[in-house]
Design a protein around this ligand. Structure first.
Ligand code: PLP
Length: 415
């Protein structure tokens, strides 16, 4: 939600920004990300006020018979829990406004629908999260929109037409951790006024803030790093007050609202985002470096490694490389399947960004709908495993991988 004063709740969230006219100072301007994650949007520290936001587990709020101000209703995103969390996320992302939604896919869909409608055209990078591809391939055409895909996220200027209303990127890309060049799309967005939408779920605002690099809207699956505990599904969209007001109109219409209890859990999760990300980043680099020297591993995908094709770009854009590391095991998909079955500490499950390490083989999960050729074309070769590292001790994670990978070597010798 755009910052609006909401002291009808009795415990207003701290609103630390100028709302448009620049009158109020941004109290967090000089604060680091950890401080922002803890304090932005927290209750105003007055005697008797709660330190932690109370849960406003209510669908509606009393008004005067003729409402004099803003009507509070949970589906409108005006529940004080929504307002407080949106404030925290807005400040973390460095945006004018933010709106909290029920899932990352809702955030993606409403971002696109806030820019484009029937008869319009959308340009998107080809390598995208499966749920995003579902929206682009299945829903937008049904609503009368045309989509052009750009392999590798290159060629934006040539793809734009008179009726183009949105550009869409994902940075970094799941599961190969490629980092497409944002500068080209950002230039086209600036020159044409067509909004650039970026899904930065794999980075979190601690590692990467796309609005600083020319994006107009940024969205996250808050189910992942922002929530951080694999216990809720949520999304957030950040951008200018005007653009977020449009997304909020769609929230009111279509209704993908996050329940106040889940909002409260998410707010609690975001308070520790910076410290969790520091550990995810640390584990990512440690595990990637260890895997890179392992004889059973054909290739490692991690933007923090010098061997990654986009390492220089990643260094320029990110302040950390995240907790997702992918690898290709020697011996192909059968060997990879056996490795995942031998893991004792790491668990096999889709998703990422939680405190526990989760492992998946994209060929059976996010990219199951693609043919082998199509998977190879986007870099998902045989033996591909994705590790979504949690915040455990890297030595324990490495020991688990070590025992799971060791038999691959003996199998190799036998062959
Ligand atoms: C998970 C994910 C989504 C979708 O989020 P949900 O919360 O599952 O709806 C979108 N983009 C990326 C990159 C994701 O990883």
């Amino acid at each position: 939600m755009q910052s609006e004063t909401g002291d009808t709740s009795g415990h207003p969230a701290r609103q630390d920004v100028a709302d448009g006219d620049g009158a109020r100072p941004n109290a967090h301007q000089h604060h680091g990300p950890s401080t922002r994650a803890v304090h932005a949007g927290a209750p105003v520290p007055e005697a008797g006020a709660p330190v932690v936001s109370p849960i406003h587990q209510t669908a509606t709020f009393f008004t005067d018979p003729v409402p004099s101000g803003e009507v509070l209703y949970t589906r409108y995103g005006t529940n004080p829990n929504h307002v407080a969390l949106a404030e925290k996320l807005r400040i973390l992302e460095g945006a004018e406004a933010a709106v909290v939604l029920a899932s990352g896919n809702a955030a993606c869909a409403l971002s696109l629908l806030s820019c484009a409608g029937a008869g319009d055209h959308v340009v998107a990078q080809s390598e995208l999260y499966g749920g995003t591809l579902r929206i682009l391939n299945r829903e937008l055409p049904r609503l009368g929109m045309d989509v052009t895909f750009l392999p590798g996220g290159v060629g934006w200027a040539d793809a734009v037409r008179g009726e183009t209303r949105a550009l869409l990127m994902e940075v970094p890309v799941n599961p190969t951790l490629r980092v497409p060049d944002m500068s080209d799309a950002a230039r086209v967005a600036r020159d044409t006024g067509i909004p650039l939408i970026v899904d930065a779920t794999f980075a979190s605002p601690i590692n990467f803030r796309p609005l600083e690099h020319g994006a107009d809207l940024v969205f996250h699956s808050a189910t992942k790093y922002l929530g951080g505990h694999s216990d809720l599904t949520a999304g957030v969209v950040c951008g200018s007050g005007r653009r977020i007001a449009e997304v909020t109109e769609l929230l009111k219409s279509f209704g993908p609202v996050l329940d106040p209890h889940a909002v409260w859990l998410l707010e609690r999760g975001v308070k520790t985002l910076a410290v969790r990300m520091a550990r995810h980043n640390e584990n990512g680099l440690a595990v990637a470096r260890w895997l890179e020297q392992h004889a059973a591993v054909e290739k490692v995908f991690y933007p923090g490694l010098e061997s990654h094709p986009d390492h220089e770009r990643a260094r320029a854009l990110f302040s950390g490389f995240g907790g997702v590391v992918a690898l290709m095991v020697r011996g192909g998909d059968d060997a990879a399947l056996e490795v995942t079955q031998r893991l004792r500490l790491m668990c096999v499950a889709p998703s990422l960004g939680g405190v526990e390490t989760l492992v998946s083989m994209p060929r059976y999960t996010s990219h199951a709908s693609l043919s082998r050729e199509a998977r190879h074309a986007i870099g998902i070769g045989d033996g591909f495993i994705r590790l979504a590292l949690g915040i455990e001790d890297s030595a324990d994670l490495i020991a688990d991988l070590d025992q799971a990978l060791a038999p691959v070597l003996t199998a190799d010798v036998r062959r």
